[in-house]
Design a protein around this ligand. Structure first.
Ligand code: SF4
Ligand code: SF4
Length: 177
């Protein structure tokens, strides 16, 4: 028979022996492979009780930072939004009113600050662009959800716990042990 490549091989079809017909050797080979894995180091972990350490360059979900007095650091300058290659950040600025000095560090603050996590590529450019140390990427990753709206994170999802009212949550979010 003529073929295009001449790489075809004629396979000889020998009649199977009794052992081959019973698949005993193949079953034994499978069992040897299975049992050899019992003594190997297991690559799986008992998540979520056990967690793998993150790489030092891991970039997870964003956190909107507060200062030591619990005031929001963001001054709604918009530099993070401009730096964002995915156009994932939107915000609305507002003026701080007299008596709100304990809430906002600067005279202007973000009344609305949203990050669309479905657009975000976790590049970290927003963190680098921020002159106020107000946004950083933590070691937390996004949970699963059933609708797209749940992945648009507002201030209620992004703001770090207040160190005055929740020092433990603040320390945990900052990675302070
Ligand atoms: S990590 Fe990158 S893509 Fe995500 S919001 Fe920041 S700048 Fe945009
Ligand atoms: S997070 Fe930083 S860069 Fe973004 S608006 Fe606030 S202060 Fe500006």
């Amino acid at each position: 028979m003529q073929t295009l490549t001449n790489r075809a091989k004629l396979v000889e079809r020998k009649p199977l022996s009794f052992i081959e017909k019973a698949y005993l050797w193949n079953i034994l080979k499978g069992l040897i492979i299975t049992f050899s894995h019992i003594f190997k180091k297991k690559p799986t972990i008992q998540y979520p009780e056990v967690k793998r350490p993150f790489s030092p360059v891991f970039r997870g979900l964003h956190v909107l930072n507060r200062d030591e007095e619990g005031r929001e650091r963001c001054t709604a300058c918009g530099l993070c939004a401009v730096a964002c290659p995915a156009e994932a950040i939107t915000m609305e600025a507002a003026e701080r009113l007299p008596g709100e000095e304990h809430l906002y560090r600067e005279e202007k603050y973000a009344a609305r600050y949203e990050i669309n996590m479905l657009r975000c590529i976790f590049c970290g450019l927003c963190e680098e662009a921020c002159p106020k140390d107000a946004v950083y990427l933590s070691e937390t990753f996004a949970g699963a959800n059933f609708n797209r709206e749940s992945f648009v994170f507002g201030k209620e999802n992004l703001l770090i716990p207040n160190p005055k009212t929740d020092p433990e949550g603040y320390a945990k979010a900052k990675g302070i042990n």
